[in-house]
Design a protein. Structure first.
Length: 302
């Protein structure tokens, strides 16, 4: 997976050229755009990117409406990507809504184009309408695949975060994402052997594998974010859902980090061998002990 991660890195952030304050372009996109002009399919190429831009703008508009800052738009060889200012969404509900906005936009565009194609007059180029319809359907379906970093994976991760917390949900999705990505690669290989060479599907699979490797590296960063922001939860949100847990006094406190979630607050009852509650510690006390004392400390020693 490191190989695909390196490919993804070469094609993305390391080669981005800033365009103003809110946009950046990968040089490989410029190469592909030039090739489309030379090859005579510039209309199809730029049309695809136009619809991809509308898809991504839906994400960014949803983010702005929900109070989530937007850093910039990146134009990449495989599509367009919007970057949030903080790099993540604290609220799982907002994360789901932002992730769903893109496929919803593509679905609405596909439905509109379908209606336009049915009522098109003789002067209307129906081939362009069908191409645009199929393109938006593809954008919607591919992005709803439940694999990170696609919208479907973000939606499932957000829903899992409501129950398991952000870090554990990310760990679960990193593992589950391997199956649909493997299916995409498997289908591309099958098409290669049985029909014709399908480079776009192979590239999509490689791109997803590279991004999945990046997401796996982000697990540690997500844990660090939770540690940095845990003091702000009650102060800025005012109220926070409470989760109460019980743990034996010998349990390592660091195991609790997997259950962290920015939107909820934990209270832990420390029990002995007989199940009697020895003491109750808060999430803040536990994290403070991990930071200031030792990462190997047990909940009974706090």
């Amino acid at each position: 997976m490191r190989f695909f991660s390196r490919i993804s890195g070469v094609l993305k952030a390391a080669w981005l050229i800033p365009v103003g304050e809110k946009a950046a372009v990968c040089p490989w996109f410029i190469v592909l755009a030039a090739a489309s002009v030379v090859g005579g399919y510039a209309g199809m190429f730029f049309g695809a990117y136009a619809f991809a831009l509308l898809h991504e703008l839906a994400h960014l508009c949803a983010a702005r409406l929900l109070g989530v800052g937007v850093e910039r738009i990146e134009i990449l060889p495989f599509g367009i990507c919007g970057r949030l200012s903080q790099g993540f969404v604290k609220s799982p509900v907002k994360e789901v809504m932002i992730a769903a906005a893109g496929p919803l936009m593509s679905g609405v565009l596909a439905a509109s184009l379908c209606m336009a194609a049915e009522h098109a007059g003789p002067r209307v180029n129906t081939e362009v309408l069908r191409y645009s319809l199929n393109l938006n359907l593809s954008l919607m379906i591919i992005n709803l695949i439940p694999a990170l970093p696609l919208d479907g994976g973000r939606i499932v991760k957000g829903l899992l975060s409501l129950k398991y917390g952000g870090i554990r949900a990310l760990n679960i999705m990193v593992k589950l994402s391997r199956f649909p990505i493997a299916a995409v690669l498997g289908i591309s290989v099958w098409l290669l052997l049985t029909s014709e060479f399908n480079m776009p599907l192979i590239l999509i699979g490689a791109f997803l594998l590279g991004n999945l490797a990046s997401e796996q590296k982000n697990v540690g960063m997500s844990t660090l974010r939770e540690l940095l922001y845990y003091k702000d939860r009650l102060e800025k949100n005012g109220f926070s859902p409470v989760v109460r847990l019980a743990a034996h006094s010998s349990v390592k406190a660091r195991l609790f980090l997997k259950r962290l979630g920015f939107y909820r607050y934990h209270i832990i009852d420390v029990v002995d061998d007989d199940g009697h509650i020895l003491k109750t510690i808060t999430e803040s006390e536990l994290i403070g002990a991990l930071i200031n004392r030792s990462i190997r400390i047990t909940v009974g020693e706090i």
